[in-house]
Design a protein around this ligand. Structure first.
Ligand SMILES: *[C@@H]1O[C@H](CO)[C@@H](O)[C@H](O)[C@H]1NC(C)=O
Length: 340
């Protein structure tokens, strides 16, 4: 008798525990504009790369005619018709009229929604105009992301998870903020340090610790000297986790090896919601069997990416009622098993 209950209980647990991952990416598209958007092979590769991600930050979007981004979205929709994608874009940003870039976030609407936007005004007293491309800060809601590791030691954790998810107690992450930055190479040290001020403001404004900074920081090789690192608060603050290692290579060219593109996570809670060691450059050249030249047509950078842990119960895929009944059923079995 007991073993039947146990078996049924385990099946219930399995239902609640099915999990997968949530991928956040940052990609410097290297002069993405009209001419690149006309190359169909490049566009296909971009679509393949971007649709791997639940949220993808694009940088160096130089779409002066305003046609290249819609073109990309169309290609993405054609490439992956099983999901739906939306985007939010910053204004064109830059100190000179002749050179401007946009930040663009493309996200999968089944897994994530945008809840707030904040174009950093770069108005900090005593340090006005610190950035040439001011962060376009976006707040996201992703109900499936969460931190499960702390529960792994408990018995019957499936049941606990089931209830925590259902009752919304289990909201460790769910919402997070992305602060993008493509630094100016010659001002990397200064801009990285100023990002720390942006982080403080965003944390206060939205009362959240779940903040990630990401993008082409130019944080390596000739642009960030070793001796200057101690002056960069974004590096010295022990509460910030630099997830892409210094010895990574985020550049496509065989002749260069620099860890320019980075992902930095604020706080222990958010850091523990990250899948350990999942942050890495995505070598699309190797992955898709391209030549160096073909890869360079796409970009001179690899995207960087990181996975967040995901709790996936049926309640998110279908209606909540089914999952609730599973929870109730599981609990009854559990109680029967304990008291019989
Ligand atoms: C570097 O920063 C300074 C001050 O923030 C600014 O005046 C200068 O134009 C910047 N250089 C570039 C190349 O943007």
């Amino acid at each position: 008798m007991r073993s039947i209950f146990l078996l049924l209980f385990l099946l219930t647990v399995a239902d609640a525990q099915r999990s997968s991952e949530f991928r956040i990416c940052a990609f410097n598209l290297h002069h993405y504009g009209d001419s690149k958007s006309r190359k169909s092979d490049v566009m296909l590769t971009l679509a393949r790369i971007i649709t791997r991600c639940d949220v993808c930050l694009l940088q160096e979007v130089r779409d002066s005619k305003g046609t290249a981004v819609p073109q990309l979205l169309q290609t993405i929709k054609r490439y992956d018709s099983t999901s739906s994608y939306q985007h939010v874009s910053s204004e064109r940003l830059g100190r000179s009229e002749s050179y401007q870039e946009q930040y663009v976030f493309i996200y999968r609407t089944e897994t994530v929604t945008v809840t707030d936007l904040y174009q950093y005004p770069d108005d900090l007293k005593g340090d006005e105009d610190a950035f040439s491309r001011e962060p376009f800060v976006v707040r996201f809601k992703a109900p499936r992301t969460g931190q499960v590791s702390g529960l792994s030691g408990l018995p019957y954790r499936g049941l606990f998870l089931c209830f925590l998810i259902e009752s919304n107690v289990f909201s460790v992450i769910k919402e997070f903020v992305l602060i993008p930055q493509h630094t100016t190479p010659s001002n990397t040290t200064k801009e990285l340090d100023a990002l720390y001020d942006v982080l403080q403001r965003v944390k206060k404004m939205w009362r959240t610790e779940n903040v990630m900074l990401l993008g082409d920081f130019n944080a390596d090789c000739g642009y960030l000297a070793k001796k200057n690192r101690k002056n960069v608060r974004l590096i010295t603050d022990k509460n910030l986790y630099w997830l892409i290692p210094d010895d990574s290579d985020t550049t496509v060219k065989l002749s260069t090896s620099c860890s320019y593109d980075r992902i930095v996570v604020n706080g222990e809670t958010f850091n523990s919601a990250v899948v350990p060691s999942s942050a890495q450059p995505f070598n699309f050249q190797q992955e898709y069997g391209l030549t160096e030249e073909q890869a360079l047509d796409v970009s001179d950078h690899y995207p960087v990416e990181v996975l967040l842990k995901v709790v996936r119960s049926r309640s998110f895929a279908g209606g909540a009622s089914r999952s609730s009944s599973v929870c109730v059923f599981g609990t009854l079995l559990f109680l029967l098993q304990v008291f019989m």
